[in-house]
Structure formats: C-alpha cells, structure tokens
Design a protein around this ligand. Structure first.
Ligand SMILES: [Zn+2]
Length: 396
C-alpha cells in the first residue's frame, strides 16, 4: 500500500489531540491530517482505525534486549529479534544499547548493527547508545564492575573509527579522571553525551554540562541522590534548560510522584520515556543473564542476587499507559515517548504526526495495546498476525 487513508482514529497530532480524525499516507510520509472521515472523492484505500488511538511511532533511546534476545551476545539474530519485539510495542526506532564490556565486545556489537541496519525486520535502528564502560563503581547499579574503567580517549577514538556515525550516545560518569575531556571530544564529533552511573556533585555536573553533556540517563537511578545541602547531578540537570532526562516509568524505578515532579520541572520537551529493557521484556518472570550477571525477574521486576535493580521489563506502550495513568496528559506522554526522543536524536521528520513527517505510526486500543505498527507507510506488526519470536526452550 503506497497510498492510503487511516480514518476513524483519535489522532495524537503535533497540533494536539484530534477526535475522529484521519491521516493520509503517501510515499512513506504523512500527506494530510484531517478532521472527520477520509474524503470519498479520494480513490486511495481506506484503513478503518476502529476509534483507536493513532500515535507517532515511539522511539526508545535505551534498550538492551527483549523477547529472550540480549544484543550484547554477538548474534545478528538478537538485534533482529529486538527490532521485531520493539515493533510489537509500537516502537518504530531504537538505539541499540550496550552495557559495560570489553572493547572487543563493543566493537563486535558495532559489526552486528552494521549487518542489520537498513534490513531491520521491525523497528529501525537509529544508532548505538554505549552505556559505559566509563562509569563510577560507586554508582554501578547492575553494571559489571569487572568492565568499568576510567575514560580513555584512545579507546573511544578506536570505537568511533569503527562505528562512525552509528555511535549516537555515550553514557558516562564525567567526574572520573578524563571525563570532561572525553565529553568535549564526543560532543565535537556529534555524539550525545549522557550522564549516569555517576557520583557527580552539583558543581561536577555543571562542569559536565558546560563541556557539552546534554542528557541524563535513567534520571534518579544510578546516581548521587538529591540532598538539600548536596543537590548533586539531578538538581543540576533540572536547572539546566538544555539538558533532557530519561525516565523509566515502570512504577518500580521511580515513584509516580517523582515522575510527575520530573514532568513539571522539565516539561514534555525535556523528558524522554525509555524502557532500559533487558531480554526478559515480553517473556515474563524467570532466570536470565544480563551484562555478565544472573538476573531474576519476579512480578516483572528484574534484580541481581543482592536485590539491585537490573534493567526493566517495561515496554514503550506500557510506559505510555503508566505515564497517562498517573495523571500526565496524553499528548505530553506521547511527546515524551516519540517527539522529544526524535528531536534529541536529530530526527525532526520522526516522532510526530504532521504533514511531511515519516509515516511511522502505531494504532493503540483503549488499553494502550498495540493493534498495528507502520514504518514509512509499511506495516511491520499486526496484532494476531505476527507473534514476537521466542528462543527455543533450554532443553531443545
Ligand atoms: Zn541500561
């Protein structure tokens, strides 16, 4: 279907929520956004949205795995599996996210991404987010201490030589020796510098923002907490207008009141919803491995043996549902899950329903379940049609 109308939908358009709207798709782009049904004089096929919610495709800048696939395992099939699983959650673009590892494992991930990019079976790869390895052991969370090290310009030069523009984001702890130099180095090469797994004080965080850091990974988690006499990285980020923050809205990593506070302080243009998902996303409770650790998922919560939270199992459509469920307006929640991450990644033609934008769309039912997902006007997931793939049972 090169041209079609999608009608009978509640459209979360860039201009606001439109009840009973219609969207025309042509040449992979959004050609019209209208109120009322599709015009009958137009001969294009019409897709009835059944009164569902039509949203821009969601964009996840922080995901490690899904549906039994760990993207650090060196297998091309794992990245393809996550691409498929993302599409089933209404997500149309994602950053393949690493965990702290050896240089060899990171370069291998780059090679696998290069093989898959352009031929993704589901959501499109928007690049790579290297979470680590230059993180502070004091705030390591689930990052494997064996792989944490101080910032190294020669090593990062090697990664950039290998990855080129595929490397879109690096999460680091700027207070480590060499952290500010590395921040400047990455920023000058167009890489987004995000801060987390960091013990940065308020002043150290301000220095990082002055050197070009512009984002905070899973804000509040894996960093020095707020104290009224020691406000730290978090308050520095809230005060800096050019710094955006990630939120894991699974009601485990952040109390709902904290999510509302972040929304109030940063606004929808300064906050992005992420999954930070591990391979258990879409599979449920059980035993998994992640970043060289054994991880147990119980009641949907992933933890190491010592109780440390280890990534999440929330999906992007689930994060959207949770965010609206705690009183944040729908349009703001969609902005935080699609538009703001698109702008962060420098993709102004994505993450919005507006004339000229890419036809990356998802249709949700009244419970935020995904009915279908489309990328560039092409269906990549339909509920009941394609089932998220699962790995064979261990005994097979
Ligand atoms: Zn992560």
């Amino acid at each position: 279907m090169r041209e079609l109308w999608i009608e009978n939908v509640r459209v979360v358009a860039e201009a606001g929520l439109m009840e009973g709207g219609a969207v025309r798709v042509a040449g992979g782009r959004i050609a019209a956004v209208a109120t009322g049904p599709a015009p009958r004089e137009d001969a294009s096929p019409v897709l009835d949205g059944g009164g569902g919610l039509l949203i821009p495709g969601l964009i996840d800048v922080h995901i490690h795995g899904a549906s039994g696939h760990d993207m650090m395992d060196g297998r091309r099939a794992s990245i393809e599996g996550v691409s498929r699983a993302c599409a089933a959650t209404g997500c149309t673009s994602f950053l393949v996210t690493s965990v702290s590892s050896t240089l060899e494992a990171l370069l291998r991930l780059v090679d696998r991404v290069r093989e898959v990019i352009g031929q993704e079976p589901g959501a499109a790869i928007a690049g790579i987010h290297a979470e680590g390895p230059y993180l502070n052991v004091k705030r390591k969370g689930m990052q494997n201490e064996a792989f944490l090290r101080h910032p190294s310009l020669p090593e990062m030069r090697q990664v950039l030589d290998h990855a080129g523009p595929l490397l879109r984001m690096v999460t680091l702890a700027p207070e480590l020796p060499g952290g500010l130099e590395l921040t400047t180095f990455l920023r000058e090469r167009g890489v987004i510098v995000a801060v987390a797994h960091s013990d940065a004080t308020y002043d150290e965080a301000l220095a990082a923002f002055r050197h070009g850091a512009s984002h905070v990974t899973h804000c509040f988690n894996g960093m020095r907490p707020i104290h009224h006499r020691d406000p730290g990285l978090i308050v520095a980020a809230f005060e800096a207008p050019h710094v955006s923050v990630q939120a894991i809205v699974d009601h485990v990593h952040l109390h709902p009141a904290t999510v509302r506070l972040m929304h109030r302080l940063k606004g929808p243009g300064g906050m992005v919803l992420i999954t930070d998902a591990l391979q258990a996303m879409g599979l449920g409770d059980g035993e998994y491995s992640f970043g060289g650790h054994a991880v147990t998922v119980r009641d949907g919560v992933a933890r190491l043996a010592d109780g440390t939270l280890a990534s999440s199992t929330v999906t992007m459509n689930g994060a959207l549902r949770n965010t609206v469920g705690i009183g944040i307006p729908l349009v703001d929640a969609v902005t935080m899950a699609a538009t703001t991450p698109a702008d962060l990644l420098g993709l102004p033609h994505k993450g919005r329903i507006a004339v000229g934008a890419d036809a990356d769309l998802a249709l949700l039912d009244e419970d935020y379940r995904v009915c279908w997902t489309m990328i560039g006007g092409r269906m990549v997931f339909q509920a009941g049609g394609e089932v998220a793939d699962r790995p064979p049972p261990p005994s097979a």
